[in-house]
Ligand binder design. Structure first.
Ligand code: PLP
Length: 391
């Protein structure tokens, strides 16, 4: 059996979520826009799920817009906010370590004439709210800073950043795809206008996400059609996926506190165990302000070998990822997140990400602590590798 330590990439679907979805993939096939009984049943299921997702973050159900992914939620938040603002407010600011779902949207908007500021981060991956303040202009429509980073696990001071954005009259968007279900949110009380979520990061199904849109915030849709989701996201709803998202959100709300205490203990045991056995290991990301269950490691002198380490772990039955891989095709490139944190190009290739989730056990952590040091020890140091490759 594989030890799955890649919960930041995606999480196993909770069996209780699978059970909740099953009828909506079979006998309950109605279209929620239909007025007959099967349609009404589907509508009711979608609205129940909307209330469950809203409750997880302290929103009102009508403030939740279902999308096909976290990526789409990010696109809708940024493009939708800019397009709704008209010609006067054509500037946005985003941190340098945002997920590509945000950064590539920012680049696409820039190509359409939107002015862009990229806010730096420190060596731990933290955004300084003062840097956000400095990036703002009278034209700033939206500031986007993620709640927690997928590669290094650093948790941002979103409330402080949101206050800075709001004080300047801008909207504040946070990509909370990695954070929701792990960190508590109460958007009614927090200075957050737009917040992206994704079901598959919290033991729900893939291909369903949501955008929280604070009451009164104006967005232009990016998908046009039949006007579902209050006109903000046309398309027949993915009823089974949405039901699964709702159930996953309800489970996260009920179990987050207990899960987190356990995840933090497992995370800290993993870090301590690896540090004790590998003197060259160092932690990447903020030591305290990090997601429960998130471990990102470098191994001094062996940074170029992260992919080999990942593959060796895979062969030993442990699924992890390298920090640079947002998609497999970029696995050998330095991570732009680590580069933004000040790592040189070689060290920026060297992260090993082990992310623990609800279904991992202490025994699995002990097994990884047992085998990882041997695999690290078996790697060639960079200096040797360089010498060998020279003619
Ligand atoms: N934002 C962050 C921080 C993520 O980690 C991810 C997925 O890895 C996404 C957005 C994209 O979410 P989805 O996979 O639902 O498109």
């Amino acid at each position: 059996m594989t030890i799955y330590f890649d919960n930041s990439a995606t999480t196993p679907v909770d069996p209780r979520v699978v059970a909740a979805m099953a009828p909506w993939q079979a006998e309950n096939f109605g279209n929620p826009s239909s007025l007959h009984a099967p349609g009404r049943r589907a509508r009711e299921a979608v609205e129940t799920a909307r209330a469950q997702v809203a409750a997880l973050i302290g929103a009102r159900p009508r403030e939740i817009v279902f999308t096909a992914s976290g990526t789409e939620a990010d696109n809708l938040a940024l493009a939708g906010a800019i397009e709704a603002a008209g010609t006067g407010l054509r500037h946005l600011a985003a941190s340098a370590i945002e997920h590509p779902a945000v950064l590539e949207t920012v680049r696409a908007l820039e190509a359409r004439g939107v002015a862009v500021s990229i806010v730096p981060v420190d060596h731990d991956g933290l955004v300084d709210p003062d840097d956000v303040r400095r990036a703002l202009t009278p034209q700033t429509r939206v500031v986007s800073v993620m709640a927690a980073n997928n590669v290094v696990g650093t948790v941002q001071p979103v409330d402080d950043i949101g206050r800075v954005a709001r004080a300047a009259g801008a909207l504040f968007h946070t990509d909370a795809v990695q954070a929701v279900g792990k960190l508590p949110f109460d958007v009614a009380a927090e200075p957050i206008d737009l917040l992206s979520l994704s079901a598959h990061k919290l033991h729900g199904p893939k291909g369903v996400g949501a955008l929280y849109v604070r009451d009164g915030v104006k967005l232009k849709p990016i998908v046009h059609g039949g006007g579902q989701e209050r006109g903000l996201r046309s398309a027949t709803e993915n009823v089974a996926g949405i039901v699964g998202f709702g159930r996953a959100a309800a489970l996260a709300a009920a179990e987050m506190a207990g899960d987190n205490a356990r995840l933090k203990a497992l995370r800290d045991r993993l870090i301590a165990g690896v540090f004790a056995a590998c003197p060259q290991a160092y932690l990447i990301g903020h030591a305290e302000r990090r997601l429960p269950g998130h471990v990102c490691l470098g191994f001094a002198g062996q940074e170029g070998e992260a992919i080999r380490l990942m593959l060796a772990l895979d062969e030993a039955g442990v699924a992890v990822s390298t920090g640079s891989a947002c998609s497999a095709s970029h696995a050998a490139e330095p991570s732009y997140v680590l580069r933004a944190m000040g790592f040189d190009p070689l060290r920026a290739r060297g992260a090993l990400r082990l992310t623990i989730g609800r279904f991992n056990t202490e025994t699995e952590v002990e097994r990884v602590v047992e085998i990882l040091p041997g695999l690290v020890g078996g790697l060639r140091p960079i200096a040797t590798a360089r010498r060998r490759s020279q003619p």
